[in-house]
Design a binder for this molecule. Structure first.
Ligand SMILES: Nc1ncnc2c1ncn2[C@@H]1O[C@H](COP(=O)(O)OP(=O)(O)OP(=O)(O)O)[C@@H](O)[C@H]1O
Length: 633
């Protein structure tokens, strides 16, 4: 029903109030992101993390403000359908020449859905897909990216020029030396090729800030070759800046932009242009995840949902109970053809679980806001999601109705004759291979190998997984997180070979836990008793008791003890707790330690590694946490 005329002044007023609400949101979001540069320059690490955390809430606050204004000034919820149709058309008009139209459309949806009754929000009223193109939007301020052409073979000169272009006020310890290392690395990464007439470096015009790092992101062009790169800039031991490494290629950039890390702070005028540039560097990363990585998580959610609906249209498989050991708190299901899992909080939990829906949500929120250090998966949270009922395996429907009846409604919600299964609240996250499944497969292969080579491969894979698991825990320790439940089934292996944690209901701040040794038994009965003979407080943790649960298998045990025996020692945990309480903040690098430029120069030693061993001694990628030269006051 397309309105024939735009004749409602009220509709225009509502549309204008909506766009004003969005513009205010983006102004505040951008200003907060832009301030990251100053926080980096002044080494205000606590401030940077606080801002990263607080910025996540901006969107919901601005949506609530806009809803309140529309209700108060326009009684928006009582307006008839034809007024709302006109609101949307006026809004589209206001978006012509806008620099963030895709975000503004999502904002419109967020506000409108809150105001209109559910039966009402048919697709006519919201932006089911974009109405305004984001192609060729040119910023008024700084261009989205800049190009540098190395003249007379001076690649290092161009690197210096582009770094200076960011106007950081803190001096570099040795920019010329760093630029030389970058230039060599670039030529090494390009390989033995002739430099072509179009040889150039293109870099996004703003730095990417997160925690203690600032990253230059761009690509090298030479002939038909395009090589993505990123340069992490850090504060060195003496407070002057250093380029810490040069990262190349899609995989290394994907690690930097991983869904298991906190969102970046970037000052962007035309975010769609940044996403387009980044997508060219990482074609396998969905646009939804790029928007999220840039802090525009709501847009990430919107795009994810559109991708999901489109995937449903182009697939025919059925949702099923996720493989692995069923959760006690979460009911987890997936669609085999789609690389995500869906998690619903159950209505009741068997002992020893002692939690509530609200507590579980709080833990998930804690992880969302915390620095996830590449080891905790990001979750997208949705309410009232409708799935086509005929795509569900009956066993899954039964399971949902049995364990989460309050969360499920079956019916024809929008009256189109198709039955839907509506889930009230669901978390969605990347699907990984649960470690218990991976280890079981390796052990099976080791016990009954198809060939000696297969057995060796399985043994290697098992060792890597176990070593990576320990590193994952140590990276979380560095970020003040105690996972709570460290069983293998709560960790998964990602596409990139990283081990990531995903079961958050028992997560705690390390600094809130009391790490204790088990006191010696007082008598023989103590020793023989299955029950603890010592008092256990609610936050007491006895690391040596992890052993029987984790290390029942000899192969697993051997790999674990060779690399991570310290995790079974209360002293390890207590030491890190004290370090954090003393205000020391560890760096957790989003790249392999071995990628760092010559470390000796910087006066840091491997002894500072949280893992306590030189990274290159490990067969698997190392824990990326190491003590920072700088500490937070
Ligand atoms: N991201 C994921 N990728 C693949 N499988 C997953 C993922 N998240 C959960 N699972 C599967 O679902 C199971 C239950 O998930 P989860 O551990 O989050 O639930 P839980 O109820 O919190 O578990 P617990 O009973 O240990 O508290 C896991 O053991 C695993 O098999």
């Amino acid at each position: 029903m397309f309105p024939q005329r735009l004749d409602s002044p009220l509709a225009y007023g509502i549309a204008k109030a909506l766009i004003d609400g969005f513009n205010r949101h983006y102004r505040l979001f951008r200003a907060e992101s832009a301030r990251a540069k100053h926080r980096f320059e002044t080494a205000d690490w606590a401030g940077q993390q606080r801002a990263q955390r607080e910025r996540i809430e901006f969107y919901a606050l601005r949506v609530a403000e806009a809803v309140a204004r529309l209700e108060k000034e326009f009684r928006a919820g009582t307006q008839p359908m034809d007024v709302w149709q006109q609101v949307k058309l006026h809004y589209i008009g206001l978006l012509v020449d806008h620099h963030q139209p895709e975000l503004a459309e999502s904002f419109f949806n967020s506000v409108t859905i809150k105001i209109l009754h559910r039966a009402y929000f048919q697709n006519d009223f919201i932006f089911v897909r974009p109405a305004i193109s984001t192609e060729y939007i040119e910023p008024q301020g700084a261009p989205t990216y800049r190009a540098y052409y190395p003249r007379d073979g001076s690649l290092a000169g161009s690197v210096m020029q582009l770094v200076n272009g960011f106007g950081l006020i803190v001096p570099f310890a040795d920019l010329a030396g760093d630029a030389q290392q970058v230039a060599q690395a670039v030529l090494g990464a390009l390989g033995p090729v002739r430099l072509r007439a179009n040889f150039q470096l293109q870099v996004l015009s703003g730095l990417f800030f997160r925690n203690k790092g600032a990253y230059v992101v761009g690509r090298v062009l030479n002939g038909f070759t395009e090589l993505p790169f990123a340069l992490p800039i850090l504060h060195g031991a003496d407070g002057r800046l250093v380029i810490d490494a040069a990262l190349f290629g899609e995989d290394e950039l994907q690690m930097l932009f991983s869904f298991a890390r906190a969102y970046f702070m970037v000052d962007m005028e035309v975010p769609s242009a940044w996403v387009r540039f980044l997508r060219a560097l990482m074609p396998h990363k969905p646009r939804a995840e790029l928007y999220s990585a840039l802090g525009l998580a709501k847009q990430g959610k919107t795009l994810f949902y559109r991708d999901f609906l489109s995937h449903l249209n182009y697939s025919s498989d059925r949702f099923r109970i996720a493989p692995g050991i069923p959760g006690m708190v979460m009911l987890v299901f997936d669609l085999p053809s789609f690389p995500y899992v869906f998690k619903v909080i159950k209505d009741f939990y068997p002992p020893p679980k002692d939690t509530t829906r609200e507590q579980v949500k709080r833990k998930y929120q804690l992880v969302k806001q915390h620095d996830r250090v590449g080891r905790m998966a990001d979750t997208l949270e949705y309410s009232e999601v409708g799935f086509p009922l005929d795509r569900f395996e009956p066993a899954l429907v039964d399971e949902l109705q049995r364990f989460a009846p309050s969360q499920v409604e079956i019916g024809d919600r929008d009256g189109n004759g198709e039955m839907e299964l509506v889930i009230r609240h669901v978390y969605i996250e990347r699907r990984m291979i649960p470690l218990n499944i991976l280890l079981a497969e390796c052990l099976e292969q080791i016990a009954q190998p198809e060939s000696p080579a297969a057995a060796e491969r399985a043994q290697q894979q098992l060792t890597q997984a176990v070593v990576e698991y320990g590193h994952a825990i140590k990276d979380m320790v560095a970020a003040n997180i105690f996972p709570g439940d460290m069983l293998w089934k709560n960790f998964g292996l990602t596409r990139g070979g990283k081990v990531v944690f995903y079961d958050y209901d028992e997560i705690e701040y390390l600094t809130d836990c009391q790490f204790r040794r088990v006191p010696p038994p007082r008598c023989e009965e103590d020793e023989l008793s299955g029950e603890p003979w010592y008092s256990v407080g609610p936050r007491d943790v006895f690391p040596e008791t992890f052993e029987p649960f984790l290390l029942a298998n000899d192969h697993v045990r051997a790999a674990f003890m060779a690399h991570h025996a310290d995790l079974l020692d209360a002293a390890f945990w207590q030491r890190h707790k004290e370090r954090i309480l003393a205000g020391h903040m560890l760096d957790v690098f989003p790249y392999d330690e071995r990628r760092r430029f010559s470390r000796a120069q910087r006066g840091e030693s491997d002894a500072d590694d949280v893992a306590g061993m030189p990274a290159d001694a490990d067969p698997a990628p190392a824990s990326n946490a190491r003590a920072a030269a700088a500490t937070t006051p």
